[in-house]
Design a protein around this ligand. Structure first.
Ligand code: ARG
Length: 577
């Protein structure tokens, strides 16, 4: 049951009944304070304007028209015409009884859409670095949530496996064809890449040779292709190591790298030319985008083929768009990259729509995120200024968590400490990223992400173990509870309302690809639970059986919601820590 949607429907009907035009605004929000009720409907003011009547009169009429018998215990007009909605406590309790009996916690699936999610997408040859952490973690939470809601999700790891960096590697490699070099090249690709990059930047003529190699590679030269495949395989193995440490759902079959679109690129350019969209400019094929002209009126320039014949990142993205919309049948295409690519995707959408590379009904959504910063506020680097390697970062997270857990002295065996540290360390890194609004830059800090207080993974994981320990103490199986929920204390009611709003958080993430909304929800839930637990004794002597059982039921539902929510974010829970 989605209480928000349910109320919204009721108010929309009521609006129609008091003479509102079709599509009249129906703003419904959560109340900010308990004395304002649980939800607030704010549609009276706008309608009053439309109808030329007094807002409070309209509010009264809406209250008379809305059918909420047995659902709302009180509807009152406040201020200029707000309608405060107080839900019936018994009705709220009954909603939770239903949720408690349902493995999906009362959450229905949505009509299934096909959603392509392009995330992680590292550039191969270089090892994955922190820049790819955000897209991988956020993207993975988004796909889990979409799948939970019943959608067909197609993961696309659009790996950068076809660009200049491979030309560099091939050129460097061909210069040093002794076996030994070949071996080191393949065993320490990172180092080999670095050496090639130095030559690319500094050595006369090398860059041109590298570019020739790209053309050769893209033209299908079998010698080049063979070597390229070896480089790619090593790189993919590196990425997979990171994926497995991170416990993300990306599989090898989700890889659809840039190279996979190679054969489609000439067709993309010729279609653009035929439609008069692409024109020649200094030997290159470009699309001028008037919609994105600068202040002087100069159109944005979108290059789809270089003067030497090479194709670009943009050409590949047009091909990917077409494939996803027409062949994968996508209703939505979500692409997660850092915000610096926002303009690129805006341009790609404009060009792609004009050229008919995307069906009208496919929505194309670039989901940008900010940068990861160090504690100095500058892009996150190692102490020596190098880029931070992901695999090492994750190992450090687990080490730090392990030290923290061991210091807590919670009676765990060494084996248990290491298992807990794994989940807490990785969970902390992921959650720190997920919990921030993705559009802002985010400051990486070990201390804050590993804190047991505040909006962190350890705090939520710990809240979950607290509930588990209640059940252990009570000697009760949480799954076997059948008690009806009774809501008497204000803390019980507040917890219940929060529990009922899980679906609202999930739907928002489903729509906006913003996992921080779910994080915020879970954090509030854990906090509400702590207040409830302080105010409402469960196992204490003298607590009546039905009260005790109802409270256990609330605790069980809280645990299930925390577990489901964390799981949707890709974070493990623990029974003890
Ligand atoms: N490889 C790119 C990068 O690391 C991200 C690719 C995102 N997806 C896309 N379809 N362009 O910046």
């Amino acid at each position: 049951m989605n209480i928000y949607e349910f109320l919204l429907d009721k108010f929309k009907q009521a609006l129609a009944n008091v003479g509102a035009p079709q599509g009249a605004q129906a703003p419904l929000t959560r109340s900010t304070r308990p004395e304002f009720g649980d939800y607030q409907f704010n549609g009276a003011m706008a309608l009053a304007k439309t109808l030329g009547q007094k807002p409070r009169d309209i509010a009264d009429k809406i209250i008379a028209a809305v059918e909420l018998d047995g659902i709302a215990s009180k509807l009152e007009v406040a201020g200029p015409g707000f309608i405060n909605i107080h839900l019936c406590t018994d009705w709220l309790a009954a909603q939770l009884d239903n949720a408690a009996q349902d493995p999906r916690l009362g959450i229905d699936k949505e009509p299934a859409q096909t959603v392509v999610v392009d995330y992680s997408s590292p550039n191969l040859a270089k090892e994955m670095h922190v820049g790819h952490l955000r897209t991988t973690i956020i993207g993975d939470a988004v796909v889990r949530i979409l799948e939970f809601m019943g959608h067909k999700v197609i993961r696309q790891n659009h790996m950068g496996d076809w660009g200049t960096q491979f030309g560099m590697l091939l050129a460097h490699f061909s210069d040093q064809l002794q076996d030994q070099v070949a071996e080191t090249a393949l065993s320490d690709l990172e180092e080999f890449y670095r050496a090639a990059k130095v030559r690319f930047d500094e050595e006369q003529g090398f860059a041109d040779r590298a570019r020739d190699y790209v053309v050769k590679l893209q033209g299908g030269d079998s010698q080049c292709l063979k070597l390229w495949q070896q480089f790619v395989d090593i790189s993919i193995a590196h990425s997979e190591e990171v994926y497995s440490k991170l416990n993300v759902t990306l599989k090898r079959e989700d890889i659809m790298g840039e190279s996979a679109y190679n054969d489609r690129l000439p067709g993309i350019v010729s279609a653009l030319k035929e439609q008069g969209l692409a024109v020649e400019d200094q030997g290159a094929q470009v699309v001028f985008i008037q919609e994105l002209a600068d202040k002087e009126g100069n159109p944005a320039v979108y290059i789809v083929q270089k003067s030497g014949g090479g194709y670009l990142y943009s050409t590949t993205d047009l091909a990917a768009m077409q494939y996803r919309s027409f062949e994968l049948d996508a209703d939505r295409i979500l692409i997660l990259t850092d915000a610096r690519q926002a303009l690129h995707f805006k341009q790609t959408e404009i060009v792609g729509r004009k050229a008919g590379f995307i069906r009208e009904q496919t929505s194309y959504e670039h989901c940008p995120f900010g940068m990861m910063l160090g504690s100095d506020g500058k892009p996150f680097k190692t102490r020596t200024g190098g880029t931070v390697k992901l695999a090492e970062l994750l190992d450090e997270a687990v080490e730090r968590a392990s030290a923290l857990i061991a210091a807590r002295d919670s009676g765990l065996s060494a084996d248990e400490v290491s298992q807990v540290a794994q989940k807490v360390g990785i969970g902390a890194v992921k959650y720190a990223d997920l919990s921030k609004n993705r559009t802002t830059d985010y400051m990486f800090s070990w201390d804050s992400m590993l804190a047991f207080e505040g909006n962190t993974a350890p705090y939520l994981q710990y809240a979950y173990t607290r509930v588990q320990s209640i059940f252990r103490k009570a000697g009760v199986d949480a799954q076997a509870l059948t008690a009806k929920i009774q809501l008497q204390a204000p803390q019980e009611r507040a917890l219940a309302l929060q529990l009922s709003q899980f679906i609202e958080a999930i739907l928002q993430v489903e729509r906006d690809a913003t996992p921080h909304v779910l994080c915020g929800y879970l954090y509030d839930l854990a906090s509400q639970f702590m207040s409830f637990y302080e105010a409402c004794p469960i196992l204490k002597e003298g607590v009546a059986d039905e009260v005790r059982n109802s409270r256990l039921q609330l605790a069980a539902l809280t645990a299930k919601t925390l577990h489901t929510g964390l799981n949707l974010l890709g974070i493990d829970t623990l029974d003890k820590m």
